[in-house]
Design a protein around this ligand. Sequence first.
Ligand code: ADP
Ligand code: MG
Ligand code: MG
Length: 207
Amino acid sequence: MPELDAVWAERWLRESARVIAEHREELIDLDRAIGDGDHGENMDRGFRAIVAKLDEETPDSVAAALKLAAMMLMSKVGGAAGPLYGTAYLRASTAVSGADALDGSAVAAMLTAGRDGIVARGKAESGDKTMVDAWTPAAEAAQDAGDGVAALSAAADAAEAGAQATKPLVARKGRASYLGERSAGHLDPGAVSSAYILRAAVTAATS
Ligand code: ADP
Ligand code: MG
Ligand code: MG
């Protein structure tokens, strides 16, 4: 069984950067449909900064890796997503402070804290067509899923389903809400990027 330790956390961040770069144009297109077309660029800039920082220093714990990510996202990514993701990583870091390796319940605690940070910051509820619609089912699926990798895997599956389920929704938060009913029929970009990032956590543990 792979350990969900500091080495894994660094791999997670690097794999996240890789998938975000790979899907940069897709995230731009999704945000062009219902926002201002910068989500792919914002996320790619933030994760490149994380990788640059990881090339300089090696986090010695999962919490330190998540905190490094939070700091980079808050300082390098503007708009809605930077502070929202930054808060998620910061709260997630606090939730796992002191842990050398995460078991299933620590994974659930980390994802729940991340979700709670996004909600505290952005005030979105489930069904508002935001990244919360990926994070809430992910955090719930991680509860009682089993060991750490099983919890991550259940979370990634749930985040993907949650992101896909944003398509028919009418946005009630963020830029997309300015479109009202016209926001329906498109995936929420932040929910999609969240699903990629949570899948990257599984890839980092299993490949
Ligand atoms: P901006 O909208 O400032 O251009 P981005 O395009 O980078 O920022 O991010 C947009 C994403 O941010 C949306 O797809 C949505 O998932 C998320 N988002 C926006 N507002 C909120 C909010 N209040 N709560 C949760 N998520 C939000
Ligand atoms: Mg945008
Ligand atoms: Mg913007």
